[in-house]
Write a protein that binds this ligand. Structure first.
Ligand code: F0G
Length: 433
């Protein structure tokens, strides 16, 4: 099979075969990206759209290979053309709902709000979109050990996808006591070698990167550009959901900065292929306690700021030194982007408000929602802009912060009431409101 794919350094442009299990440049040590020769397919934008429409309208039944029902592999020629279809490890993933904001949007002043709920993926976060590609490619390369550092969602996805491949071992390095119990249980249940380290995410990331440099271990953090190829389908699927209408904004929470890079890369590719003709704007949002990308943006990207990330309910984005900063900076600049940050009260209230309207989004997703509302208040987002907020994980992975919030004292707290086991007490509670 002829190769359509290569790895390319984002700093010095050095090229490497995609079959090298590398996640950094062999010449200068910088990040690498996956480049496919997509123009070689010779299809027009209209032909691509027709192909994707036909796959979407004819979802095959459960007896067919799972990838044929995947919202990632629907776009397979543009995701990883070098991967033989028979080697794809898919659950399937993607095909998440794009919820219209309705009353929630009105409350936030966003008349055309949509929430792309990536928490509806098999392991309840967007990480599955990248992991289906990463684990498939690891298997193709014959890698037995796959590893990541994680704030809890990458590790869940890695463990779950690795569990599908006989002989593959998932290894996860977790900042001890800094991820939720639900997330930890996912890694344990799926049989990953689970290592809690007495450090933060950034410390785990440094160690796992060293591990991958010194041992035959395939790194599956988003530093691995193969993961990005799956995640870029979030933007594609949202545009497809909108009947090929490109929103004015994509708003995303930023931690290690892989996802905002993925969304930008996907949008660039569809613009180049003529699949879409309009350029949306990008907004990356952080929590104040973990805001290095925001601080870098505030210097006009003159400086790359890192910090020790503080405690936040958005624990999945508690990251002080985002590994994909250079890629994310490039995409923010290319898409006339902005970077914002929100307080703990803002993100917790946004989560409660969204979920009170029937969504089930996590505090990290709520960072993006609160950020969109703030950009609206500041006049950066206009009232009738079409806004897609990417909700990155499901509320149920973060029940601790929800239950603490609802215990009382916050804007939308809904505290549980404890009653004697009598009809009178229940009726009394109803009447009291
Ligand atoms: N939202 C959730 C729920 C996440 O788990 C993450 C990252 C992000 C947003 C940020 O994405 O890192 O690409 O900017 N979680 C990683 C993990 C770090 O280990 O699960 P990013």
């Amino acid at each position: 099979m002829t190769s359509l794919t290569r790895l390319s350094c984002v700093s010095c442009g050095a090229a490497f075969p995609a079959t090298e299990p590398r996640t950094e440049c062999g010449a200068c040590g910088s990040l690498v990206e996956v480049l496919h020769d997509l123009a070689s397919f010779g299809r027009s934008g209209e032909e691509w759209r027709a192909l994707f429409d036909s796959r979407r309208s004819a979802l095959p039944g459960a007896a067919t290979p799972a990838f044929q029902r995947s919202g990632v592999w629907r776009y397979r020629e543009l995701v990883f053309p070098d991967l033989p279809e028979g080697e794809i490890v898919s659950k399937p993933e993607g095909n998440t709902n794009l919820y219209p904001g309705r009353e929630l949007g009105r409350r936030l002043g966003l008349s055309r709000l949509f929430v792309k709920h990536e928490g509806e993926n098999p392991t309840l976060s967007f990480k599955d979109r990248g992991m289906t590609v990463g684990v498939s490619w690891a298997r193709h390369l014959g890698m037995r050990d796959v590893a990541c550092a994680s704030t809890g969602d990458t590790s869940a996805a890695l463990a779950s996808y690795a569990a599908e491949v006989p002989g593959m071992r998932g290894i996860v390095l977790l900042p001890e006591e800094k991820i939720t119990g639900e997330q930890l249980s996912q890694a344990l249940h799926h049989g990953a070698l689970t290592l809690g380290l007495d450090t933060d995410f950034d410390g785990c990331m440094r160690i796992v990167a060293d591990l991958a440099r010194t041992r035959p271990v395939y790194l599956l953090n988003s530093k691995n550009p193969v993961r990005i190829e799956g995640q870029k389908t979030i933007a594609w699927e949202a545009i497809h959901d909108l009947g090929w209408e490109v929103p004015d904004w994509f708003v995303v929470p930023v931690g290690n900065a892989g996802n905002v890079s993925a969304i930008g890369k996907g949008l660039r590719e569809w613009l180049e292929l003529g699949i879409v003709g309009k350029k949306p704007r990008l907004a990356g949002i952080q929590a104040e306690a973990a805001d290095p990308f925001y601080q870098s943006y505030a210097t006009g990207f003159a400086r790359r700021v890192t910090r020790v990330a503080g405690e936040t309910a958005a624990s999945a984005i508690r990251i002080g030194a985002p590994v994909s900063h250079p890629k994310a900076e490039r995409e923010v600049k290319l898409f006339d982007g902005v970077v914002g940050r929100v307080t703990e009260a803002e993100l917790l209230d946004a989560a409660a408000l969204a979920n009170r309207h029937g969504l089930a989004i996590c505090p990290n997703s709520a960072v993006a929602l609160a950020g969109a509302a703030k950009l609206r208040r500041e006049g950066v987002i206009r009232p009738d802009d079409l806004v897609v907020v990417v909700a990155t994980a499901h509320a149920l992975k973060f029940s601790g912060s929800a239950n603490r919030y609802h215990a009382g004292g916050a804007a939308f707290s809904n505290p549980p009431r404890s009653l004697p086991a009598t009809l009178e007490a229940v009726v009394g509670a109803l009447e009291a409101g």
